[in-house]
Structure formats: structure tokens, C-alpha cells
Ligand binder design. Structure first.
Ligand code: PMP
Length: 282
């Protein structure tokens, strides 16, 4: 199995990271997860542009271009012969004696990427999943896909401990996003999703959903919605690169709508599948 380390494709067994890597010590870096369907990356352009933007927002200038990263990742997929799976990639601010300020002069960033084979979550896509509500205790720069995920993993663990798939986070009355997904609701045929500001990660799947809503003439609005809106929603779903568009059928033990994945969610799923087919083939 091959991995990318600092721009080189090497054997995983030969890859190692220094104990003073700032990603390891401070979570000082950014990451992406890209889906692979049919041996091809889905929405790679968007993910790679986002990692450049995330890096910029933490004062890190990634030296690779989108095209360079694409070429390298495509080579990794081919070498590992991945048909259906994901690529995980991250850049940290590099290796330097532990000290909070950024290293001066800057040191080379650590760039790691590897592939994983995963199947599509067909049962969840069809039947839906359960979620809990959780106070969003994270910082105020959730638009950055940073390596600091403590708030997210603690929320997810609470969901898992409750026998649920996801934690729907809220700041006061406003629903923000899941621990590793965006949240959308359907009310009277209209899709509502939190605006892409600093309180959520602007999901690539979320953006695709907006695109297919336009194509499929599904009304939508990018506007914050409340816990009451969530409770009164006809349909609720989460979206992410790995979970795709997963219906949420129960929240804190209460049924959503009639407790089954709804028609608008299903329509969005079908349109989303078409996007995958167009970009990656079937
Ligand atoms: N929000 C958070 C906090 C996430 O971790 C993710 C998954 N990366 C998302 C939203 C969904 O983003 P995407 O559709 O780009 O995977």
C-alpha cells in the first residue's frame, strides 16, 4: 500500500512523522477527504481549492497547485488500485521545536495523503439514521477544515454513546451543522440549509445539493433555521463526502415527519447520484 509523504509516493511502512510535527502537537494544519467512485475522484477541484483556502485562513501558503495535487492523488489512486473509497490528505505547518508561535523562518509543511476502500452507505441512504441534539461548543472559525476536531469528536462520541449516527449541533436556538456533516431540512417542499458563514464548514456535498436543487427546480434557501423549525420539518437530512445524503428519521427519540425518508430527500439523492455518474461514470 502506497501513501504520499511530502510530495513523494512511498510505501506506507516507510512513512513516518516527527514527534514535533505541529499537526501532531497543536492540530496546526488543515485536511480534506475526497471520495473516489469508479477509480476517479469526485469533486476534486472543489476539495483542493478548499484546502488551499483553509490553509490561507490559518496563515499557511500551500506550495502545491490544485493541478499538482490532482496529478499526485490520481497517481496514488492508481497505484493502490482504489475503485471505491476515499483519499484523506492533510497539510501541517511542519516540524519545529515545540513553541506556540509559527516557526521563523517557516519550515516545510508536512503533506500526508493515503487512500481507504469504503463502500457506499446504502442501508443508511435508504432507511435513514438517528441523531441527537448537542450544544455547539466549538470555536468561531468552523469554516476552516482544521485538524482541531476535539469539539467535533466529542459531539460524535455523545451521539454514538446514545446509539445514534450524528449529533446535530446548535448555537442557542440556531441549528449549525453536524459533527462531521451539514444539516438540511425540508419544509413544504423547500430545502433550508445554514448559510456558508464562519459557523459551519461549507460542505462540498452541501454545494452539490444546492446545484442539483437549481437543476431539479427544488426551491431552497440558504438561511439559518431554528430548533423549532427542525422539530417541525417534514424531512431532515445530513450531507457529507462519505455519508452522501443520509436521511435523518429520528432526533432525540422523536420521529421526523412520518419517520421515513421523505420524497424531496429521495429526489435530491437521485439527482446527486447523477452528478456522481456524470463525473466518475457508473
Ligand atoms: N461539516 C463538518 C464539520 C464536517 O466535518 C464535514 C465533513 N467533512 C462536513 C460539514 C461536510 O463537508 P463535505 O460535504 O465537504 O464532506
Amino acid at each position: 500500500e502506497f501513501v504520499i509523504l511530502n510530495g513523494n509516493i512511498i510505501n506506507r511502512s516507510e512513512a513516518s512523522i516527527d514527534i514535533e510535527d505541529r499537526g501532531y502537537q497543536f492540530g496546526d494544519g488543515v485536511y480534506e477527504v475526497i471520495r473516489v467512485y469508479n477509480g476517479k475522484m469526485f469533486t476534486a477541484q472543489e476539495h483542493l481549492e478548499r484546502i488551499l483556502l483553509s490553509a490561507k485562513k490559518i496563515g499557511m501558503e500551500i506550495t502545491f497547485t490544485v493541478e499538482e495535487m490532482k496529478t499526485l492523488l490520481a497517481e496514488l489512486i492508481q497505484k493502490n488500485n482504489v475503485q471505491l473509497g476515499t483519499i484523506y490528505m492533510q497539510f501541517s505547518r511542519g516540524v519545529s521545536p515545540r513553541n506556540h508561535p509559527f516557526p521563523v523562518p517557516a519550515v516545510p509543511q508536512s503533506f500526508v495523503a493515503y487512500t481507504k476502500e469504503i463502500v457506499r452507505p446504502l442501508a443508511n441512504l435508504e432507511n435513514g439514521v438517528k441523531a441527537i441534539l448537542k450544544d455547539d461548543i466549538r470555536w468561531l472559525l468552523c469554516d476552516i477544515k482544521s485538524l482541531n476536531l476535539l469539539g467535533n469528536i466529542m459531539a460524535k462520541q455523545e451521539a454514538v454513546a446514545a446509539g445514534c449516527y450524528e449529533a446535530i449541533q446548535h448555537r442557542g436556538d440556531i441549528v449549525t451543522e453536524g459533527s462531521s456533516s451539514n444539516i438540511s431540512i425540508i419544509k413544504d417542499g423547500k430545502m433550508h440549509t445554514h448559510p456558508a458563514d464562519n459557523l459551519i464548514l461549507n460542505g462540498i456535498t452541501r454545494r452539490k445539493i444546492i446545484e442539483v436543487c437549481e437543476k431539479g427546480s427544488i426551491p431552497y434557501v440558504e438561511a439559518a433555521f431554528t430548533l423549532a423549525d427542525l422539530e417541525n420539518a417534514d424531512e431532515v437530512f445530513l450531507s457529507s463526502t462519505t455519508s452522501e445524503i443520509t436521511p435523518i428519521v429520528e432526533i432525540d427519540g422523536k420521529q421526523v415527519g412520518n419517520g421515513m425518508p421523505g420524497p424531496v430527500t429521495k429526489k435530491i439523492q437521485v439527482l446527486f447520484d447523477k452528478e456522481i455518474e456524470t463525473e466518475c461514470g457508473s
